[in-house]
Design a protein around this ligand. Structure first.
Ligand code: ATP
Ligand code: MG
Ligand code: MG
Length: 560
């Protein structure tokens, strides 16, 4: 497997192994099952699995499922599918919720050491006591409860004697710490809710900041790789591992998040796009989710190459989505069969071609990969070309069809436009042409040259197909920047990103493809000559109706 060279985490691991600080490597990918994975998660997956792979280590898939209100088995299933599709096999498959008993016992240990206390302050009061960057926090009046009282109250919290929010368990660290995360963070809360894994066994749940270091230590994770927003939590992470007397001591290392242009990445925002009907599900081909990219036609190879190319550093930036497009073109160039499809059909009649006759022409499947062989395509008196390939009154340098002009039909003959047929309103509905049998493709004809080469589909056997063309789902290049922090309650700010939804992000065209396309399977990928790469949509394609999703256009788009 190839690895990107700019990766500071690799250097840390290498040194740890060389110095003897570690004798093995275990990483983990720890998604919360509260949504589908997106391309940012792909980055985390690739980093964790690639590093373990490079140092003969292991990578766990761990569901960080400590919040019963947001999590669901549907997401667990989808996440597993996406990780496997990206090409990775996890070593251990774990659920943080399987550790609830151990976490509870570690919390009791903290209480016994005088390092945790039950607090009766309301969430608002806790917030106002916390202080600010410039102002120290204030102790809670419950901070000095006795160990016995704390043990009793915590047990009663567990038994369900209190309602949501009535009490919390807090780590007793330092209300005056310059690091706000160390000002007695809440480590357990009451939530009378059914959990997707543990059902109603628990009504108290550990907070992320308490649970995560324990999960890592329980699994003997050596390098716990996360994104930079957790940097300030690292002292708390270390405090918990130490004070909970974990035998294993994982090291948290942060790297910069991946963002891509014209996309939001937060699962909360993606869920909003789904729930409010802006898209057709988490796997809508316009979504930056792994399932959306898959349905659009991006390949795991392209996604892996893309995220590797973005490198691993502390800084986070917005990467142009065109870079991902570059990698998918690279990947499909050799693999995808070439074919011809007409997106906006215009009928052409070859007036000097015998009526009723059909001939089969040889066409190479991939000029860049001749091993793929040839296909047979029919040619007859009636064809479809693209509407945009004909102009009655063209500007200079228009080399396609216009009255009196001759062009080449790919894999077939030269044709010359002789006549234009219009309806009552003056719209062009049919073009009459003549062909020259001497110019047959492959015959070695050199008598004269033409400047334009058009794609086409024989009309009587053409297979109708829908083409879905896409523009970015969001108009703003950096929609994540539109709001500040990704807060739980930021409803006001959410408006701004939804305002950026592109009303033209999906265009559906009804056209035709070659008759040999009748046999395609969903997720098959093709390069339609002069248009770009397309994927057979797995959700909308039926036996009678093919749907092709535009993955990416060709780099050199044919411009007027
Ligand atoms: P979101 O805000 O999108 O919900 P999250 O960080 O809450 O993301 P998790 O399910 O907790 O989502 O993420 C699992 C792992 O993926 C974490 O280690 C997280 O840091 C990483 N991750 C999430 N988003 C990105 C991103 N944009 N770039 C790189 N890594 C990411
Ligand atoms: Mg998270
Ligand atoms: Mg999240």
């Amino acid at each position: 497997m190839e690895h990107n060279s700019s990766n500071f985490i690799r250097n840390i691991i290498k040194e740890d192994l060389e110095s003897g600080k570690r004798n093995h490597v275990i990483t983990r990918f720890p998604p919360e099952p509260n949504g589908y994975l997106h391309i940012g998660h792909a980055k985390s997956i690739v980093i964790n699995f690639d590093l373990a792979d490079e140092f003969n280590g292991k990578t766990n898939l761990r569901f960080d499922d400590t919040n019963p209100l947001k999590e669901d088995s549907e997401y667990v299933h989808a996440i597993k599918e996406d990780v496997q599709w990206l090409g990775y096999d996890w070593d251990g498959l774990f659920f943080a919720s399987d550790y609830f008993q151990e976490m509870y016992e570690r919390a009791v240990l903290l209480i016994n050491k005088g390092k945790a206390y039950v607090d009766d302050l309301s969430p608002d009061e806790i917030r106002s006591h916390r202080g600010t960057l410039t102002e120290p926090g204030k102790d809670s009046p419950y901070r000095e409860r006795s160990i016995e009282e704390n043990l009793d109250l915590f047990e009663r919290m567990r038994k369900g004697e209190f309602s949501n929010g009535e009490k919390v368990l807090r780590a007793k660290i330092d209300m005056k710490s310059p690091n706000i995360n160390l000002r007695d963070p809440v480590i357990y809360r009451i939530s009378h809710a059914t959990h997707h894994n543990t059902g109603d066994a628990w009504c108290i749940y550990p907070m992320y900041a308490f649970a995560h270091p324990l999960e890592d230590a329980i699994e003997d994770v050596t390098h716990s790789i996360c994104t930079t927003e957790f940097e300030d939590q690292r002292p708390l992470y270390n405090w918990i591992v130490e004070e909970c007397e974990m035998t294993s001591t994982p090291q948290q290392i942060e790297f910069g998040r991946l963002n891509i242009t014209n996309a939001v990445m937060s699962k909360r925002k993606l869920k909003q796009l789904v729930d409010e009907g802006f898209v057709d599900g988490w796997d809508d081909p316009r979504m930056p989710t792994i399932s959306g990219l898959r349905r659009r036609g991006y390949t795991p190879e392209a996604i892996r190459a893309f995220v590797r190319e973005t490198g691993v550093s502390k800084g986070s930036g917005t990467v142009d989505s065109q870079m991902l497009d570059f990698f998918v073109r690279e990947d499909l160039k050799m693999k995808a069969p070439r074919t011809m499809g007409i997106l906006r059909p215009l009928k052409v009649v070859i007036t000097n071609y015998p009526e009723g006759q059909v001939e089969m022409l040889d066409a190479e499947i991939n000029p860049e990969n001749p091993e793929m062989g040839t296909r047979q395509i029919p040619f007859s008196r009636e064809l479809y070309i693209e509407q945009e390939d004909f102009m009655e009154d063209p500007p200079k340098k228009y080399f396609r069809l216009f009255p009196g002009n001759e062009v080449r039909l790919k894999h077939a003959y030269f044709i010359k436009c002789e006549d234009v047929i219009k309806d009552e309103d003056g719209n062009v509905i049919e073009i009459h042409c003549t062909y020259d049998p001497e110019t047959k493709s492959g015959s070695g004809f050199t008598g004269r040259k033409v400047k334009g080469t058009l794609h086409w589909v024989e009309a009587t056997q053409a297979v109708p197909a829908d083409f879905h063309l896409y523009e970015p789902l969001l108009l703003n290049e950096e929609p994540e920047e539109l709001e500040g922090e990704d807060t739980e309650e930021g409803t006001e700010a959410e408006k701004t990103f939804l305002d950026q939804v592109n009303p033209n992000s999906l265009q559906v065209l009804k056209g035709f493809v070659e008759p040999n396309m009748k046999e395609v399977s969903t997720q098959d990928k093709f390069q339609f000559f002069r248009h770009g790469y397309f994927n057979v949509d797995p959700k909308l394609t039926t036996k009678d109706n093919l749907v092709f999703n535009l993955i990416v256009s060709l780099k050199s788009s044919f411009k007027l």
